[in-house]
Every structure is written in structure tokens, then in C-alpha cells.
Design a protein around this ligand. Structure first.
Ligand code: SIN
Length: 303
């Protein structure tokens, strides 16, 4: 097995693994370790069925069912993401981690490409550990210890219309009653600090007035848009990616309408509420980015 780092802190290709074959404990553990380190890993040319994708995902833990996405026939854990001229994308083109409107947000996502447009349809991921590290010290101090409220926001559009839909919406609101998560969380396995707010699902920061909350969130959301923190994947049918929603966010480029793009997704359920541990220290070495500018009076030679 070979692991090829793609960007300084995020993204790696794993070669030499056939996911259609049973994976040894040792190989699986190496994949899991690579996932924690690189936040998103991908495999090319995997000829696997939906059932094999589901079984691979199950190795990472119990699976969750997404209530907002069409599901595979007889396979509720399989989510079908098929966009074309009759079915434009629904909010996958807004930076997010998966399902932080759950008390225990999604842990890992496993996405497999079945069909791609001739051009476009890439997915981008942002390293939210680097995004936190890249904030200035005063801003890190300000946001660490704050809490934010999350909601399924844009999915509300699915419940517009007749009273039946409104009843469904009420059921969803009961199921997902706006959990509060720390703005900065400690990754439970790596000990890294992670910026855990996103443009798609975060509503507001607790204890601030609406203007303050909106403006501070805007600064924090911008961190996902910094190219140095990103990795971009050009999919091909047979490409399968796995990412860690506790350390990165993603964005599916919406640049191929009305062509078809067809993906199938399986998600590993979260097993813990996100928390911040002020004592935690990162375990092991990790790659970092220093965006040092020659003109910056905090850069080398300053003073
Ligand atoms: C998603 O937002 O989970 C879907 C990503 C994609 O379709 O590339």
C-alpha cells in the first residue's frame, strides 16, 4: 500500500488497495491512520458495488441514515446524489461538514463516483485544523470557548408546500432540535484543535448579538475558502473518497448543470458530542502551514 500526500496538510491518494477484496486488520488500520492524518483520502479505479461500499464503510463504525437525501432501494444507509437538468444540486455547493445539526455529527463520509460530467463536478475539502491554526492569536483566543447553534437550514426547502410537508418538517425539527457545539473543538483522536462552524449549517454564536455573531461567523467561514488549506479532487467513475467530518469541510463545485453527475454516499454515525478540551495536546507530528509574507511585520526579519 502506498500513501501519496497531495497537499501540505490535506488530501492523500492511497494506491495498491483493492476494496473489492477483504481487507486485513493491518491494511484497514493503515487506511484509518492515513484518514486521520490527511483528513481526506481517495482510491482510484475501484470496481465495487454499492453493497461493497456499504460493507467497507461499516468497518469504520455503525452507519447513519440521512433523512434529507434519496436512499438506495432496500439500502437506507446508501444516499443517492444524482444531479442533472431535472435535479439541480441542493446545497452541496456551500462549505460544510456533514450533519452538525445532529447532537453527534457524522464522523466519516464515504463517497463513490459512478458518473461524471465531461468537465467540472470536482469536490474541494478544507483543512479546518489548518484553518484554526491560521487565525491570529487574538482571534483564536476570542473564539475558543464560544458555542454555536446548528440547524439543517437549506434542507427546509424540501418541506415547502402542503400541510403534509409541514408536518414532516415539524417531525424533523423534533428529531434535530438545534444542538450547540463549541466553535473550536478538540479532535477526539488526534487532539488537534478544529474550527467547527460552517456556512451551510451554523445559525449563530451563543451570547452575541445578531450583528456580532454574523460578522464573526463570516470571518470564520472565510477560513474554509483559503486555497492553502484546500485539496481539490477531480473524480473519475470508480474513484472513492473517505473524509473525516471532524477535521475538514467540503464543497462540491456546481459547474456542470445540466449535465449529469452521479455519486453514492455512505456515512459513519458520530459516536460523541463534539467537545473542547483545553488540556489536550496533539498526538504525534502533524504537517503545518505558515503563510509568511515578506511584507508582513511579523514575518522573518521583523523588528
Ligand atoms: C456532499 O456534500 O456530501 C456531497 C459532496 C459531493 O457530491 O461531492
Amino acid at each position: 500500500m502506498e500513501i501519496i500526500r497531495c497537499q501540505p496538510t490535506i488530501g492523500a491518494e492511497i494506491r495498491g488497495v483493492d476494496l473489492a477484496q477483504p481487507l486485513s486488520r493491518e491494511t484497514f488500520d493503515a487506511i484509518h491512520a492515513a484518514l486521520l492524518e490527511h483528513k481526506i483520502v481517495f482510491f482510484r479505479d475501484q470496481q465495487i458495488s454499492a453493497d461493497e461500499q456499504v460493507e467497507f464503510a461499516r468497518r469504520f463504525g455503525p452507519l447513519e441514515v440521512n433523512p434529507f437525501r434519496p436512499q438506495g432501494e432496500n439500502r437506507p444507509e446508501l444516499q443517492i446524489i444524482r444531479n442533472d437538468g431535472d435535479n439541480p444540486v441542493l446545497s452541496t455547493d456551500v462549505w460544510h461538514a456533514d450533519l452538525p445539526f445532529r447532537e453527534k455529527p457524522t464522523k466519516f463520509t464515504i463517497l463513490r463516483c459512478l458518473e461524471m460530467p465531461a468537465r467540472g463536478g470536482d469536490t474541494l475539502w478544507a483543512d479546518m485544523c489548518a484553518a484554526y491554526d491560521g487565525l491570529s492569536e487574538p482571534l483564536r483566543t476570542l473564539v475558543t470557548g464560544l458555542d454555536a447553534v446548528h440547524d439543517f437550514k437549506n434542507f427546509r426547502v424540501l418541506f415547502r408546500g402542503d400541510p403534509g410537508k409541514r408536518e414532516q418538517l415539524a417531525r424533523m425539527e423534533e428529531m434535530f432540535p438545534n444542538p450547540t457545539h463549541p466553535v473550536v473543538i478538540t479532535h477526539p483522536e488526534t487532539g488537534r484543535r478544529v474550527l467547527f462552524v460552517n456556512r451551510q449549517f451554523t445559525l449563530r454564536i451563543n451570547g452575541m448579538n445578531a450583528d456580532e455573531s454574523r460578522q464573526l461567523l463570516e470571518i470564520l467561514y472565510q477560513q474554509a475558502s483559503v486555497p492553502e488549506y484546500q485539496f481539490r479532487l477531480r473524480w473519475r467513475p470508480g474513484t472513492l473518497a473517505v473524509w473525516d467530518n471532524r477535521s475538514c469541510q467540503h464543497y462540491a463545485a456546481n459547474d456542470y448543470y445540466p449535465q449529469r453527475r452521479h455519486m453514492e454516499r455512505v456515512a459513519v454515525a458520530g459516536d460523541a458530542r463534539p467537545r473542547f478540551d483545553p488540556q489536550a495536546l496533539p498526538s504525534g507530528d502533524h504537517a503545518t502551514i505558515r503563510r509568511v509574507h515578506a511584507f508582513d511585520d511579523t514575518g522573518p526579519g521583523a523588528g
